[in-house]
Design a protein around this ligand. Structure first.
Ligand code: 13P
Length: 253
C-alpha cells in the first residue's frame, strides 16, 4: 500500500434479487456508517436491476454504487443496452468495464472496452478498467505482454487518477479459489504502473489506483493489500456477504 487511498469494490455479477440485494447493500452501508474512518473507499456494483434501489439504500453512507458494464454510445437503437448517462441517472458513481467475463461472454475487445470507458468518463462516472491474462497465457510466459497490451488498448483517453481505476484480474484466479501469490500480483501491478507512467506520466501513474481481483477473501486480503502497488480489491464471491466483504475492507486498516 502507499499514500493512494485503497478502493474496496464488490462486483456482485449476476447475483441477488431485490430482497437479498437490498439487505446486502444496507449491511455494507451500516458498516461504513459505523466505521467512517476506515482508510478506504467502498464501492458496490449490483446488477442493473438493483442500481436505483441500492443507490437509495446506501445514500449518505459514503458507499459508492457502480454498474458492471455500459454501452459506448450516448443513446439510440441498442436494444438491451444501458448508456453511461443512464447509470449516472440511476445513482451510480462508477462503472466496471472490460471484465474478463464480458470479454469472453460478449467478445469485448480492447477497443470496445476503451470506448466504453470513454463513455463512462464523458458521463462523469469513474471507470474501473479490467485487464488480466488467462492461465494459458500465463503458462505460455505471456503474462506481461498480455497485460501491457490490454492496458495500452483499453485505457480511455482523458484517463487520470481521479476518474480511472485499473483492476488486474488474472482470469485463472476468478471464482476458482486460486489466488495470485503476492509476488505474482505485485509483479503485474508494477508492470501496469510502468505502462501507466509511459502513457500518463510518472506523477499521474503514481496516483492511480490498481486493484487486484481474483479469489480475494478475508484470509488473503491483508497480504495482497500490503503490496506496494496493490491499491484495493475487486471482489466477487466474497462481496456477496456483508461479513466477508467488510472483513476485506477492514484489512485496509
Ligand atoms: P471472485 O472474487 O469471485 O474470484 O471474482 C473476482 C472478480 O471477477 C471480481 O470482478
Amino acid at each position: 500500500m502507499s499514500n493512494r487511498r485503497p478502493l474496496i469494490a464488490g462486483n456482485w455479477k449476476m447475483n441477488k434479487l431485490s430482497a437479498d440485494g437490498l439487505a446486502l447493500a444496507a449491511g455494507v452501508a451500516g458498516r461504513r456508517r459505523a466505521q467512517p474512518d476506515l482508510p478506504c473507499d467502498v464501492l458496490v456494483c449490483p446488477p442493473f436491476t438493483l442500481l436505483s434501489e441500492v443507490a437509495k439504500a446506501v445514500a449518505g453512507s459514503g458507499v459508492m454504487v457502480g454498474a458492471q458494464d455500459c454501452h459506448a454510445k450516448v443513446s439510440g437503437a441498442h436494444t438491451g443496452d444501458i448508456a453511461a448517462a443512464m447509470l449516472k441517472d440511476a445513482g451510480c458513481g462508477a462503472v466496471i468495464v472490460g471484465h474478463s467475463e464480458r470479454r469472453t461472454d460478449h467478445g469485448e475487445t480492447d477497443a470496445m472496452v476503451k470506448a466504453k470507458a470513454e463513455a463512462a468518463l464523458a458521463a462523469g462516472l469513474m471507470a474501473v478498467v479490467c485487464v488480466g491474462e488467462t492461465l494459458a497465457e500465463r503458462d505460455a510466459g505471456r503474462t506481461f505482454e498480455v497485460n501491457r497490451s490490454q492496458v495500452q488498448g483499453s485505457l480511455p483517453d482523458g484517463a487520470n487518477a481521479a476518474n480511472t481505476v485499473i483492476a488486474y484480474e488474472p482470469v485463472w484466479a476468478i471464482g476458482t479459489g486460486r489466488v495470485a501469490t503476492p509476488e505474482q500480483a505485485q509483479d503485474v501491478h508494477a508492470l501496469i504502473r510502468a505502462e501507466l507512467a509511459a502513457r500518463l506520466g510518472a506523477a499521474e501513474a503514481a496516483k492511480m489506483r490498481i486493484l487486484y481481483g481474483g479469489s480475494m477473501k478475508p484470509d488473503n486480503a491483508k497480504a495482497l493489500l500490503a503490496l506496494p502497488d496493490v491499491d484495493g480489491g475487486l471482489i466477487g464471491g466474497a462481496a456477496l456477504k456483508v461479513e466477508d466483504f467488510w472483513a476485506i475492507a477492514e484489512a485496509c486498516a
